[in-house]
Each structure stands twice: as structure tokens, then as C-alpha cells.
Design a binder for this molecule. Structure first.
Ligand code: GTP
Ligand code: MG
Length: 206
């Protein structure tokens, strides 16, 4: 099967900056531009994906220990969109208080009247989506938020297995499109994801 050709994305990252961390809607920055949020299990690679898209190594903090991101973090991209790094769910070792806060915190974000164009839902390429991923998808659907499924850590499986895994994950989540295959290590998939995000934000340059 021929690989999908991905057009080169012309979108220089002139400015990528952390704006603020929030736990409640009153703390969010003004909803004055399109935004994209990154959601998924703890440790799946949300912050790593955000950094790779913005070509910054340590803008969003990452960690081998799950539960690194515990607040809703807003990043400005070229003054024209926000990337929103959400805390991860579903990791038992995260303190109970933080686990209990996750639902209301993220629900508060999704319920806020923001210019949210898509929620990037990340799933580890080695894992079958569990109840939490399915709940998240149902929840996004209820909110009318459009998901963009990305399978992460593609470098952890052989090239020949990647597409099959991506298709299986997509099917398990009930989506028709094959999820985008991404690796923060190799950068595979970056252009395709960025292209999608620019399109939904109305920022693609022709
Ligand atoms: P929380 O903030 O805890 O919810 O985690 P997160 O989803 O933001 O994950 P993070 O980006 O911090 O990455 C977690 C770990 O996975 C780190 O050790 C990363 O280096 C590693 N990681 C992330 N993406 C990839 C990838 O594509 N390939 C490999 N091999 N490792 C990755
Ligand atoms: Mg994180």
C-alpha cells in the first residue's frame, strides 16, 4: 500500500510561549483566538507532542513519571492560536486528590465557551484503548468537540506494524479515519498533525 504523501507545512514557529496554568475557568486567558487541546492518559506523550509541534524541547514539561502535568496549561503560538496541554487521566499512582480533580477540571475546560477547534486525543500505539479513552470520546461527542486521534510512541513498534495498530485503535474508538501515527523521537507525523491543526484553526497558508 502506498504511503500517504503529506504536503509540507509552511508554518514557521516565530513565537511559542507559555502563558499560564489554570485550574478553574476564571483563570483561563481570554478566548480571543482559535485553540486546540491535547488530551489522553498520563504519560502518553501530550506534552512531548506539543513541544515537537512547536519545535521547542522543554516548553511543556515532560517526565518519565506519569502525572507531570497537573493543571491546564495555555501556550501561545505565533499570537494566533492557543495550544492547551491538559493533565492526563487514569494513572493510579497520581495522588487521589488530583485524580478526583481531573474530571471537574477538564470538564470545566470543555464546558467553557472557548474557540476550541479540536481536541487531540492521544493513545499509546502499544495499548488498546480502555474505558477512559472511550469515556473521553463520548464526552467530547456530547460537547460537540471534534477529536483528532493521534497514536503516539510509534518508534516503540516496527514500521510494518504501525498502520495495523493505528487502524485497530481507530476502530476501537469508533472513528472512521485512521489515526495519525506520531513519534516525538523521530518527528514522524508532525507535519500531518500540524497541517490538520492549522486547517481547523483556519490558519493554513496557500
Ligand atoms: P502527563 O503530563 O503526566 O499526563 O504526561 P504526558 O502525556 O504529557 O507525557 P510526556 O510528554 O510527559 O511523556 C511521558 C514520557 O514518555 C516521557 O518520558 C517522554 O520522553 C516519553 N515519550 C513521549 N512521547 C514519546 C514518543 O513518541 N516516543 C518515545 N519513545 N517516548 C516518548
Ligand atoms: Mg504532560
Amino acid at each position: 500500500m502506498a504511503a500517504k504523501t503529506v504536503p509540507k507545512v509552511e508554518y514557521p514557529i516565530r513565537r511559542a510561549a507559555f502563558i499560564l496554568s489554570a485550574v478553574r475557568p476564571e483563570q483561563f486567558p481570554a478566548a480571543d483566538r482559535p485553540e486546540v487541546a491535547f488530551a489522553g492518559r498520563s504519560n502518553v506523550g501530550k506534552s512531548s507532542l506539543l513541544n515537537k509541534l512547536l519545535l521547542r524541547r522543554r516548553l511543556a514539561r515532560t517526565s518519565r513519571t506519569p502525572g507531570r502535568t497537573q493543571t491546564i496549561n495555555f501556550f501561545d503560538v505565533n499570537g494566533e492560536m492557543y495550544f492547551v496541554d491538559l493533565p492526563g487521566y487514569g494513572y493510579a499512582k497520581v495522588p487521589q486528590a488530583i485524580q478526583a480533580a481531573w474530571g471537574p477540571m477538564v470538564e470545566g475546560y470543555l464546558a467553557a465557551l472557548r474557540d476550541l477547534r479540536t481536541v487531540v486525543v492521544l493513545v499509546d500505539i502499544r495499548r488498546d484503548p480502555g474505558g477512559e479513552e472511550k469515556d473521553l470520546m463520548a464526552w467530547l461527542d456530547q460537547r460537540g468537540a471534534r477529536p483528532l486521534i493521534v497514536v503516539t510512541k510509534a518508534d516503540k513498534v516496527s514500521r510494518s506494524k504501525q498502520r495495523g495498530r493505528a487502524e485497530a485503535i481507530g476502530r476501537a474508538l469508533g472513528t472512521l479515519e485512521t489515526p495519525i501515527i506520531f513519534s516525538a523521537v523521530s518527528g514522524q507525523g508532525r507535519e500531518e498533525i500540524l497541517g490538520e491543526l492549522l486547517t481547523v484553526c483556519g490558519l493554513e497558508k496557500n
